[in-house]
Ligand binder design. Structure first.
Ligand SMILES: *Cc1c(COP(=O)(O)O)cnc(C)c1O
Length: 229
């Protein structure tokens, strides 16, 4: 089932890229495997997936040693400063950086481990009370401050759009994040290259791609519904 789901998602990505005049290779599909057993991840791996997304540090660090080392792990969930040390050096990108204090901790840990960490800044474009992320207005200043830290590379922006039955409702939010990334890119800040736009999930990734997503995070569409826990 996972292989078929994956095919369906990949076809839909191609179609949206075609409609938007973009190349499918410009969009990275991150398979969001949170709460799913290793057997599911192995199945996706066998079907060619190399980018996996997890939202909890414990689950991430439990899964990493059990799976092949050529997997690129994406931390997509809220990250507490005291857990940064467990993932720096293990994940290929942290999508959920939403404060200078968190970035400083990542920087310290990266320097300690003599590595560099690719990060995205999480922006709450829809201004939802329940969501993490900074406001669009705060983004340029925060990007500039974080970019000055050693061991960190700001690669772009991420957002989690509201849950909706109608993906068109999220189009304005995706458009806004894209515009924000263009605005920040134009500032030519040292050590900043806004090349990644992580937006779009199972319900709305096609619209996100039309609006410029370079990275879509799809869980349910690949692995099926998650059990609540
Ligand atoms: C769970 C999750 C996803 C995937 O959600 P689906 O609707 O299952 O595709 C994407 N991004 C983040 C940050 C998530 O926590």
């Amino acid at each position: 089932m996972i292989r078929e789901n994956l095919n369906t998602v990949q076809e839909a990505i191609k179609k949206s890229c075609g409609a938007a005049g973009r190349q499918p290779g410009d969009v990275t599909l991150v398979a969001v495997s949170k709460t799913k057993p290793l057997s599911d991840l192995r199945e996706a791996y066998e079907a060619g997936v190399r980018d996996f997304g997890e939202n909890k540090v414990q689950e991430l660090t439990d899964k990493i040693p059990e799976l092949p080392s050529d997997i690129r792990w994406h931390m997509i969930g809220h990250l507490q400063r005291n857990k940064v040390k467990y993932i720096v050096g293990k994940v290929s990108m942290i999508h959920s950086v939403d404060s200078l204090r968190l970035a400083e901790e990542i920087s310290r840990e990266a320097v300690r481990k003599d590595t560099a960490v690719d990060i995205l800044i999480e922006v709450n474009v829809a201004a939802e009370e329940s969501k993490y992320g900074i406001t669009p207005a705060e983004a340029p200043d925060l990007v500039e401050k974080i970019a000055a830290l050693p061991g960190i590379k700001v690669c772009g922006l991420m957002t989690i759009a509201p849950y909706t039955e109608n993906p068109e409702e999220n189009r304005p939010f995706f458009r806004k994040l894209k515009q924000l990334s263009v605005d920040i890119q134009e500032k030519n800040i040292d050590n900043v290259n806004m090349s990644v736009l992580s937006m779009g999930m199972t319900g709305d990734y096609s619209v996100a791609i039309e609006e410029g997503a370079t990275c879509v995070r799809v869980g349910t569409g690949i692995f099926g519904e998650r059990q609540l826990h």
